[in-house]
Ligand binder design. Structure first.
Ligand code: BES
Ligand code: MN
Ligand code: ZN
Length: 486
């Protein structure tokens, strides 16, 4: 899809030929002197076009507009959140196979975060997954024009929004693919595909041999239950001098999580194909970086394998040695995410990073705690936590800080190894984070539990592409700030 931004007044936007013109009106809308603005103003005044976010007045052909349909769309107070609500509602109403060209006209000068909200709401509404359908329907919407009088002011934000859309769509694509179409090997190929000429991205893929040599005993323990070979993906984006310290992103890449011998119940087990959403978000971020080319260095690490059950599968009670040297008693084979992540977190040390952020569909407990609105954020480093929280707010890809008191880690004690991989049921999202924390002493670290936010269940089942928006926003801000201490 092609997005464009032009400096146009409402009247000028109305002269654009298109299948639908969305006129976005805020509570404080003041009509300009022209007839079209006056018409919009009158519709609001008469109460036919409420400015409340998500309310729509659909109009078929208007004498002063070249569009087939005009929709007056309420965006409330004009905040990013309400713009998103309004545009999403308008898209649900305007979406059809005849909607090929869309114009969004901001009736008042637009704030930067709203440009992003509008672009991402349009992209979300028009996305459709087709890869494993025999007769995929072509995407109807081809071009989207954003019209606002202050286009020059928001040009950079517009560029960022479009790059984030590309990243989000790549993340959705890989997360949505069924596990037999998104094996660790295929995921690695997708990563290698990002390392194109001019992208500033390089990619290295390790297999079982190299991972064994590295001593990643925890990762290997998960992978050994499947015939599908593991992959450890190392992506590097180098936009700054080689000497500039990178930020490392670590994405959980379990391409299918059956639970292993601690097997999951059958209901909704298909959704465990989404258990590589953290990995998909890392791919998505790199896709956005290739577009934006910021002057920063970023490393992406993806430990990827299946969590299955063959004759060699790891058993409850088995003790393995992680790359860090710490031993782990695997009491529950379904707590596999932390096992693959802990070795990747140790591997991350070699980059002497300014920060490491891991992204994982880690615990059902996080879904219980926060639902699907905010991702769980864990970090002992307040500066890093606050940078991520702010990035989430700006990108409208929210997270919420959770505690890391040492008492939450006490349940990980065992008589048979340095730690167990599970504690009790209570506070499960936190004890998982406490487990990971034991591998992150050498750098500032944060953990994002995206179990509730990475995909939607039910009728609109599908990946959300989160938290690509948050991460891109955070990374672009690291160009100007660093996090001291731990
Ligand atoms: N991938 C799951 C977490 C998950 C569950 C994400 C449901 C989204 C929805 C993870 O590997 C897992 O199975 N975690 C266990 C941990 C438990 C055994 C301590 C869980 O949450 O039940
Ligand atoms: Mn699991
Ligand atoms: Zn899992």
């Amino acid at each position: 899809m092609n997005f464009e931004l032009k400096p146009l007044s409402l009247l000028e936007a109305a002269t654009e030929k298109c299948d639908a013109l969305l006129v976005l009106v805020t509570d404080t809308f003041k009509p300009a002197k022209d007839g079209f603005s006056a018409f919009v103003g009158r519709a609001i005044k008469d109460g036919d076009a409420p400015t409340k976010a998500g309310k729509i007045l659909p109009i078929y052909k208007h004498a002063m507009a070249q569009a087939t349909r005009v929709l007056i769309v309420g965006v409330g107070d004009g905040s990013a959140k309400q713009v998103r609500t309004g545009v999403a509602a308008a898209m649900a109403s305007a979406k059809s196979d005849k909607l090929k060209r869309l114009v969004l006209a901001f009736a008042s000068p637009v704030l930067a975060p709203c440009v992003r909200a509008a672009v991402s709401a349009v992209a979300d509404a028009s996305y459709s997954y087709t890869t494993t359908k025999s007769k995929p329907e072509a995407l109807a919407l081809q071009s989207v024009l954003l019209a606002t009088t202050n286009a020059a002011e928001v040009q950079a934000d517009f560029g960022r929004a479009v790059a984030v859309v590309a990243g989000v769509e790549l993340a959705k694509e890989w997360a949505n693919r069924p596990a037999n179409h998104a094996t660790p090997t295929l995921l690695a190929k997708a990563a290698q595909g990002l390392a194109t000429k001019g992208s500033k991205i390089t990619c290295e893929v390790l297999g079982p041999k190299e991972v064994t040599t590295l001593g990643m005993g925890a990762f290997l323990a998960v992978a050994q239950g499947s015939e599908e070979p593991l992959r450890f993906i190392v992506l590097k984006y180098q936009g700054a001098a080689k000497s500039a310290v990178p930020t490392v992103l670590v994405g959980k890449g379990i391409t299918f999580d059956s639970g292993g011998i601690s097997i999951k119940p059958a209901a909704e087990m298909d959704e465990m194909k989404f258990d590589m959403s953290g990995a998909a978000s890392v791919l998505g971020v790199f896709r956005s970086l290739a577009e934006l080319k910021p002057a920063i260095n970023v490393v992406g690490l993806i430990p990827s394998c299946e969590n299955l059950i063959n004759g060699r599968a790891v058993k409850p009670g088995d003790v393995v040695t992680s790359m860090s040297g710490q031993t782990i008693e695997i009491l529950n084979t379904d707590a596999e995410g932390r096992l693959v992540l802990c070795d990747a977190l140790t591997y991350a040390e070699r980059f002497k990073p300014q920060a490491v952020v891991d992204i994982a569909t880690l615990t059902g407990a996080c879904v219980v705690a926060l639902g699907s609105v905010r991702s769980g954020l864990f970090s002992p480093n307040e500066a890093l936590a606050s940078a991520l929280l702010t990035a989430g707010e700006t990108a409208q890809d929210l997270c919420w800080q959770m505690p890391l008191d040492d008492e939450y880690g006490e349940g990980l004690k065992t008589s048979f190894a340095d730690m167990a991989n599970v504690a009790g049921r209570a506070g499960g999202a936190v004890s998982a984070a406490k487990y990971l924390q034991r591998f992150t002493g050498k750098y500032p670290w944060a953990h994002l539990d995206i179990a509730g936010t990475a995909w939607k269940s039910g009728a609109s089942k599908g990946a959300t592409g989160r938290p690509v928006g948050l991460l891109v926003e955070y990374l672009l801000a690291t160009g100007t700030a660093t996090h001291a201490g731990k």
